[in-house]
Each structure stands twice: as C-alpha cells, then as structure tokens.
Design a protein around this ligand. Sequence first.
Ligand SMILES: Cc1cc2nc3c(=O)[nH]c(=O)nc-3n(C[C@H](O)[C@H](O)[C@H](O)COP(=O)(O)O)c2cc1C
Length: 340
Amino acid sequence: MQFAGFTLRNNLFVAPMAGVTDRPFRQLCKRLGAGVAVSEMVTSNSLLYGSSKTRRRANHDGEVDPISVQIAGADPAMMAEAARHNADRGAQIIDINMGCPAKKVCNVMAGSALMQDEPLVARILEAVVNAVPNTPVTLKFRTGWNRENKNAPVIARIAQESGIRAIAIHGRTRADQYMGAAEYDTIAQVKSLVSIPVIANGDITTPQKAKFVLDYTGADGVMIGRAAQGRPWIFREIEHFLRTGEELPPPLVTEILQVCRAHLADIYAFYGEETGVRIARKHISWYTKGLIGSAAFRHTMNQLPDVSAQLAAVDEFFGRLAEADTRLRYEEELPQELAA
Ligand SMILES: Cc1cc2nc3c(=O)[nH]c(=O)nc-3n(C[C@H](O)[C@H](O)[C@H](O)COP(=O)(O)O)c2cc1C
C-alpha cells in the first residue's frame, strides 16, 4: 500500500494507545505483520519535552520505518512546534490526535473535543502541515462529537483541503466513548467523499471482521487497537486471511512463549527493570487472558517483584500449556468441561 509517501508491507495499522504502543510493542507488531504502528500520543506542551515520559515516547531507536508520531493539543502554534520538534527527532509521519475522548486530553479541548470547533480544526491542521513541509501529516478522529453531530465528513474535507495525507476514523462518536458497537456507515460515507487514504478503526477483532470492514467501507486500510493487546500476531493472521481467504492455524505455544519473552526483554531494557516489571504485568495479563488457568496465574504473577520471578512464572505457565496442547487455545473455544 502507498501511504503518505511510503510503500507499506500491507494496509494494517496499529492504533495509537497511550500506555500500550510504546517502542517495544510497536516493534513487535511490525515484526508480526503490521504495516504501520503509530506511537503513543506525545504532548504538544513543550514544557514537558524534558520529562522522562515524553522523552521515552519520542525514542525511536531501531524502529522500523515509517516512524509515525502522534501529537495532541489544541493550540495551532504549539501543535506546529510539536510537529517540528518530533520531525527533528526522527518522526517520518506526524499524526494528529482528534480521536481520544480521555478527560485529560478533552478538558483542554484537545483530542475528539476539537471536532466541535471546525474552524479551529482547520487552523491546527494548516499550522501543522505548514510547520513540517517535508513530513507527511495524518489525522485520526471519530465520527463526530455525539450521535446528533456526526461531522466526520466535514472534518475529512477540511483535512484534505489542509494538506493532510491520510485519515483514520474510529467508528464511534466522542460521547460514545467506548460504549456500544463501532459503526462503519459514516466511515463509508467519508471514503466516498475524499480522495486521500481512509483507514477504518473500531472493534476489528478478527481477520474476518477486518475483511468485512474493508469491503463495507471501501477503506484503504484497517487500524487495530485493543485486539492487538496480548495478541500482536493478529496482524499476520489478518494479512494471511486477506491474501488467501484462509485462516492461519492458532500459533504454537512455544512460539508465543518466545514472542512474549522477547517482548519482556525489550520492555526491561527500554524502561529499566523496576518500571519494566510493572509495565510487563499488564502485557503478560493480556497474553494469558482467556487461556486455561490464566486467572489464578495472573493473580500470582501480579505480585511477583522482579524480572527473574516474572520470567520464571511466564515460562512455567506456557510450559504447562504446551504439555496440554501444542497450539494456543483460548478457553472460550474449549468445551465447558475442559475449561479450567
Ligand atoms: C488504552 C488505550 C489508549 C488509547 N490512546 C489513544 C491515543 O493516545 N491516541 C488516540 O488517537 N487514540 C487512542 N486510543 C484509541 C485507539 O487508538 C482506537 O481508536 C480505539 O481503541 C478503537 O479501536 P479498537 O476497537 O481497535 O481498540 C486509545 C485506546 C485505548 C484502549
């Protein structure tokens, strides 16, 4: 796929998720089949550039191209400065966040709250596009700010006219937060109105759903967030299904143990051991969710204090799983009587 001047391996995008899509997770998803992984959002408040969190979020050492960095904010000049700052530090694509309903972001009238003020949207987009003439800018937003005001088509047109190179749309309004099901009619409508690439996002959890959303909306690509947590190989599963119409078999337990171990090693190296152990807990929980015996495992694992205990527990859990079955099986796929 051609996207913002880059030739991508495919049309599968990792959704930006604060606290999740750090560099280790992005690298892992790309290794397992994602075409693009957008960074966690980076603040446009330059006062925070020096904080270790913001610096870590802007660290792309060893990351596979293209490096897409998301910025958030509501002030055109600050957003322009943030775009320049990140482009100077290796961002090859600047993504603007108008999709996040988080209070922290929306209270300062950023994220999806911005969609209420269309003239301000235009000013922000133009300021950012002009600030980084050599770096493509993309935009992520929702279908509207509530169900009565689904102005995604207007925002999409503003984006196209402002020089935005591609858009990603989450099929919910800001008021929906994460409730209800994502809808794809508005995304299909937007796709029919603009000529820049449109990426569809929201509730894509299986290869079949990815194909359905692509067919239904006519979108150029799909973006996957929560379904990739603890299951980063979903990208190769979708890639294979879209190419062949067939499902890959579930992965081998031994492979997933290796994937998980390599991921944990990256986390410990990136954050240091103390923070790394804490960050690793949520990823281990996601990896094991739905697998046999995982509830009891997670309870114990969450209390383990250090790297060696955490790794030993992971080895033991997957070791036990491998004895029961060579392939990864989730409990919900097992007959009731076998589910622990
Ligand atoms: C933990 C979490 C953090 C998120 N952080 C961001 C963010 O920083 N920027 C953003 O544009 N969207 C953010 N989102 C929204 C996702 O990018 C995505 O639009 C949403 O989860 C719907 O896609 P999904 O159903 O595939 O998860 C976040 C979502 C989650 C679950």
